[in-house]
Design a protein around this ligand. Structure first.
Ligand code: ZN
Length: 248
């Protein structure tokens, strides 16, 4: 891709992005594109041993380190966990997020995700993307942008409940850096994720999913996406980094 893009990745919680699409973001950064990571929630319920204020301070620092490994600019939206709802106030906040970052591409949670923070962030940012270029929304603080960004959904954890992907990104060379980015979320390993979900080895999860997606598209490791079908969302150039068959 010769055109330099701006990418907005909008997630619900600290570590969602590292788990699901960090390889693609690392590729964008390495190819000279600008990447924003907007994390909606503080992660205040993400521990069974720390208080809410303690764990959200820990997770803010972990998110900062994860974004540094990826090379992205981090934006905290500072909502509490489980407080992402489809209402006007949240929607206008996401319209202003799209205006603030002015992205060509938005990566976010699938609207069919099974966690309501996830699905609602996906729905909010997708609904905001269309309106970010319109004028005269009274509650918005920032001026309109001049285009409608294209939205892609990344995978759900476990790849459940969603339709098959239609876009793949080869992350074979970025896979180790993706694991390193996820490993910054130390508080989640051996504590919340294991106690809450019973999963001890998240590197095994990423390896399994990204190998499967790589097998499907002809490379070692890949991340998979679904484009949100809108009109118009065609461009004269590819918006995701390419799969390079046989080249890696
Ligand atoms: Zn999450």
């Amino acid at each position: 891709m010769s055109k330099k893009l701006t990418v907005l990745c909008a997630s619900a919680h600290p570590d969602d992005i590292e788990l699901q699409c960090a390889g693609t973001l690392i590729r964008y950064v390495n190819e000279g594109h600008k990447v924003f990571m907007a994390v909606a929630c503080t992660g205040n319920v993400g521990s069974k041993q720390h208080t809410g204020p303690e764990i959200e301070a820990i997770r803010a620092e972990e998110a900062k380190r994860g974004a540094e490994v990826i090379g992205a600019e981090l934006i905290h939206m500072d909502y509490k966990d489980a407080d992402i709802w489809l209402d006007h106030a949240h929607w206008t906040r996401y319209v202003d997020l799209v205006r603030q970052t002015n992205p060509d591409v938005i990566l976010t949670h699938d609207r069919d995700d099974y966690v309501h923070d996830h699905s609602n962030v996906g729905e909010l940012v997708y609904r905001a993307a269309i309106w970010a270029s319109t004028a005269n929304i009274p509650e918005c603080k920032l001026p309109p942008i001049d285009h409608i960004p294209t939205v892609f959904y990344f995978e759900t954890v476990g790849t459940n409940r969603v339709a098959p992907p239609d876009h793949y990104v080869d992350i074979s060379e970025e896979f180790d850096q993706k694991l390193h980015a996820f490993s910054q979320h130390v508080s989640q390993h051996g504590d919340f994720l294991e106690k809450q979900y019973g999963v001890k080895d998240w590197n095994d999860y990423m390896s399994t999913v990204n190998k499967l997606r790589g097998f499907q598209c002809g490379c070692k490791y890949a991340e998979a996406f679904r484009v949100v079908q809108t009109w118009p969302n065609h461009r004269a150039y590819r918006l995701l980094p390419p799969v390079q068959f046989g080249s890696r």
